[in-house]
Ligand binder design. Structure first.
Ligand code: FAD
Length: 438
């Protein structure tokens, strides 16, 4: 079958351009036979490749990426490696307590794996266990924090409530009414992280970049074709998020939803003094359609907000233009003390969402496996599910793997064009409801 849509992310992802340059691995040529092929070298695919190579040291593992590593969504995100359950479908972000306990374990598998690899290989990606602020302005947001606090009590997790007057001492801006600080999140420069992960893969992983897979045949062997040749694999792992729909899986079940980030130039010492607060922090909104903020290791401010439904998984330049203006407005409201600080970079990137907030893990077809549908939390979850997919293929079972295997997977969406109308209306309404938090 022909792969009908290929990734083509926009040109200006700030994290990619401000992290150390690396020489991408060459694209594939000719016929390459392998036991394991993995499509998609984001966090999930990099994690699966590393673990598979460790579990099967005598096997060759091929990891194929359409773009260069760090240029896709895994290098475009806000860099929150979140430990806690973050169920945006539940009023208190915690939901069912037993599920939440297992999700916490799952997220910790991902976060700990990243910490271990970064430490073992000295990856320079500014990974810091700095915690996160979840902040509210609107009454609805304050109510979410209150419910989340009760959820965290249920879960036995530490937090601190910080009132509006004290917040400038933490984050500079006095824009917010209240924040809930949880200490377990780690913040990272995401492009530096994935570039570092790619450059420290075990010797039995062959990574091919700039190699979009354009066709696939399933059978006793899986054949993946690309512009200059083909891979013939015993087993295929799909870790390409919503693009797996173009490989014939989960069609009509995943939603490629784009969200957008902007990064300022570095603040001058005078601007840093005017801003005040800590020198490294991350804030997520109480309302999921609000604005995420970070102050980075190099004294830039990141603004992330806005969503669009791009059904083919490819960027829309019109959205980018519109949302850059919204970023500017969000920045100005929060940082009136920094009136002249421009954005140096603005970009978008795809999340794979599902209507029921479930991901996909395990077997998709004979000889085909997947860890897909990150639901916007791929830094820890993608890392964990990639690793655990490899463990499961090596015969391991356990509470977290069983939990993933038992998931019903993403639910079916309504047919198009009803879907487009529904998703676009929901996004517009949710964005409107976010009010001052956007
Ligand atoms: C602006 C933004 C902010 C975000 N903030 C956060 C955050 O703070 N914390 C968090 O946890 N998550 C966040 N996310 C979500 C996070 O980035 C994703 O969950 C994560 O990237 C998923 O990782 P993945 O490896 O599963 O998929 P991806 O990163 O999407 O990687 C899949 C790869 O597959 C490749 N591919 C697709 N099709 C083909 C093909 N035919 N041939 C070859 N290769 C192919 C793509 O090029 C891509 O590189 C954010 C996302 C965005 C866009």
């Amino acid at each position: 079958m022909k792969v009908t849509s290929l990734p083509a992310d926009d040109a200006n992802p700030g994290w990619f351009h401000t992290s150390a340059q690396r020489t991408p691995r060459p694209c594939a040529t000719g016929e390459i036979r392998t036991r394991w092929a993995i499509v998609g070298a984001g966090l999930t695919g990099l994690s699966a490749a590393r673990r598979l190579a460790e579990r099967f040291p005598d096997d060759e593992v091929v990891l194929v990426e359409a773009q260069v590593v760090g240029f896709g969504p895994s290098g475009r995100n806000a860099g929150f490696a979140i430990d806690l359950p973050h169920d945006i479908g539940a009023d208190d972000y915690i939901g069912d307590i037993d599920v939440a306990r297992t999700v916490l374990k799952l997220n910790m598998v991902g976060q700990q794996s990243l910490k271990d690899i970064v430490a073992a290989h000295g990856i320079d990606c500014h990974l810091r266990a700095s915690g996160k602020y979840q902040a509210a302005i609107e009454d609805r947001g304050v109510a979410v924090l209150d419910a989340y606090r009760r959820g965290l009590d249920k879960l036995g997790q530490p937090y601190e409530m910080i009132g509006g007057p004290d917040l400038p001492g933490h984050i500079g801006t006095g824009y917010y009414r209240q924040a809930l600080y949880t200490p377990g999140t780690a913040l990272v420069q995401p492009a530096a992280l994935v570039k570092g992960l790619a450059d420290t893969l075990p010797a039995n992983v062959s990574l091919y970049e700039n190699t979009p897979i354009t066709g696939v045949e399933y059978g006793d062997k899986v054949v993946l074709t690309h512009a200059k040749g083909r891979f013939v694999a015993d087993k295929l792992l799909l870790t390409n998020n919503a693009f797996a729909m173009h490989f014939g899986f989960l069609r009509g079940r995943m939603l490629p939803i784009f969200t957008y980030g902007s990064l300022t130039r570095p603040l001058t010492p005078t601007e840093q003094a005017r801003l005040g607060g800590k020198d490294f922090w991350g804030l997520i909104p109480a309302d999921p359609c609000g604005t995420t903020l970070r102050r980075t290791h190099d004294n830039r401010i990141l603004v992330r907000n806005s969503f669009s439904f791009n059904a083919d998984g490819r960027p829309d330049p019109d959205c980018l233009r519109r949302f850059k203006q919204r970023h500017r407005r969000s920045f100005k409201r929060r940082f009136p003390m920094l009136p002249d600080v421009p954005f140096e970079f603005t970009w978008g990137g795809s999340l794979a969402m599902s209507a029921n907030h479930e991901g996909q893990f395990g077997q998709l077809a004979p000889n085909v496996y997947g860890a897909l549908c990150c639901n916007g939390l791929g830094v820890t979850r993608g890392t964990a599910t990639g690793l655990l997919l490899a463990d499961w293929l090596a015969g391991e079972r356990g509470e977290v793997i069983d939990f993933l295997l038992a998931s019903p997977g993403p639910s079916r969406n309504p047919p198009r064009p009803l879907l487009d109308i529904g998703v676009n209306l929901t996004l517009a309404w949710s964005q409107h409801k976010a009010g001052q938090e956007s």
